[in-house]
Design a protein around this ligand. Structure first.
Ligand SMILES: *Cc1c(COP(=O)(O)O)cnc(C)c1O
Length: 392
């Protein structure tokens, strides 16, 4: 008999009942160190007092009105995002997938209004843009699309890192290029700064819009507010979600005035997107993360974690191959099955997340302490010894 919850997930046999900073408590009392942060969602850890206060205060005042009316918390968050980024304007969604949907609509409408027949969006292997019809068509992998056709047309899929293919594919018929500055689900694969610069130049040369998917790598994750800042470029459109809500469902599409020019009244909408509860939390998350001292601290801790992980690879060359990634978005490429490493981590009370290319992802809360990082490394060492068959 089918379970009462549609069985699209293989769930680990753990039930967390409370959280505090970088820690999750299981129903049986065990305390797990959380290096997954709900897949880069709990950017400020669990039960951050300032977020609890922001949500509680808003919950006591007003939960929902409608985008038919002004929403002060939404205005505050939009103003903060515009002040700290390339963007001139923001639309709020409830998820990364919905941000993808709008990004696709926005570029199509942009070219339609210009009277140009440009509908093709270039994407890359290993990418992930959500599970909606547009999201799976954009990513294009067999794993996500098989059986769900006919797929939304208009996507050209290129091999990640194939510069020649990219140069050949971007033409005056291309509407946009969509890329994650650091692939998350794809196995923590950063696009080198030089390549992002080259991509921006290529887009400019052909008048093509550049959409960055920073759903996973944005909101301080790489040590800058947004990952593309490392390359010194800006997109025309950017998808954001995950960390921006700190655990409350919230996403956004940020855009320049030019890229957003087709999205006039009545062209898009959302019942819940930008609701008072999500935006009250999002505004507080933004206030905390978009702060130079906070980001400097993320970079310092990222250096510490990376160094310790390099040590782990050196100590367990039979289990781990290498470290890759940026900031507190790191991947350990494994020599044994990554899912076995994740399982062994559960035994050692440390949570990591598997990704493609046999990688485990380390996406801790940005608020993790150096002591907690050291504890995490010790526990990953315990997991590695268990996999090796040593008596830890
Ligand atoms: C998670 C993710 C999405 C989809 O976000 P949802 O909130 O799950 O819809 C899109 N793009 C990237 C890069 C992601 O990591």
């Amino acid at each position: 008999m089918i379970p009462s919850i549609l069985p699209t997930y293989n769930r680990a046999p753990m039930t967390f009942v409370s959280g505090d900073g970088s820690w999750l408590t299981e129903a049986d009392g065990r305390r797990f160190l959380d290096l997954g942060a709900g897949i880069a969602v709990n950017a400020l850890g669990h039960a951050h007092p300032a977020l609890v206060a922001a949500l509680t205060t808003q919950a006591q005042a007003l939960w929902h009105t409608s985008n038919l009316y002004h929403i002060p918390a939404q205005q505050k968050l939009a103003d903060a995002l515009v002040a700290h980024t390339f963007a001139d304007t923001v639309f709020f969604t409830n998820s990364g997938t919905e941000a993808c949907e709008l990004a696709v609509k926005m570029v199509r409408k942009y070219w339609y209004d210009k009277g140009q027949d440009r509908t093709e969006i270039i994407t890359f292997s290993g990418s992930f843009h959500g599970r909606s019809a547009a999201g799976i068509a954009a990513a294009g992998s067999e794993k996500m699309t098989k059986g769900f056709g006919p797929l939304l047309p208009g996507f050209t899929h290129l091999e990640f890192g194939d510069h020649d293919a990219l140069n050949a594919a971007v033409t005056d018929q291309t509407a946009a290029v969509l890329i994650e500055p650091v692939q998350g689900e794809g196995g923590i694969r950063p696009v080198p700064d030089q390549c992002l610069k080259g991509l921006r130049a290529l887009c400019d040369q052909h008048g093509v819009l550049l959409i960055l998917d920073e759903v996973q790598c944005g909101m301080g994750r790489t040590g800058k507010l947004f990952a593309h800042e490392w390359a010194g470029i800006t997109p025309d459109i950017m998808m954001v979600a995950k960390g921006i809500g700190g655990g409350f469902p919230l996403g956004a599409v940020l855009a320049t005035q030019n890229a957003a020019s087709g999205m006039t009244a009545g062209t898009h909408g959302s019942t819940y997107g930008g609701n008072p509860l999500a935006c009250a939390v999002g505004a507080k998350v933004m206030e905390i993360i978009a702060d130079d001292a906070f980001l400097a601290d993320v970079n310092r801790k990222a250096g510490h974690l990376r160094q310790k992980l390099e040590g782990l690879v050196a100590a367990f060359p039979d289990i781990f191959e290498k470290v890759r990634g940026s900031g507190l978005m790191l991947g350990l490429k494994c020599k044994v099955a990554n899912t076995d490493v994740v399982q062994a981590g559960y035994q050692a009370l440390v949570l990591t997340v598997p990704a493609a290319d046999n990688v485990i992802r380390l996406l801790p809360p940005l608020t993790i302490s150096e002591d907690e990082i050291d504890t995490a490394i010790a526990r990953l060492g315990t997991a590695a010894r268990q996999l090796r068959g040593d008596n830890a």
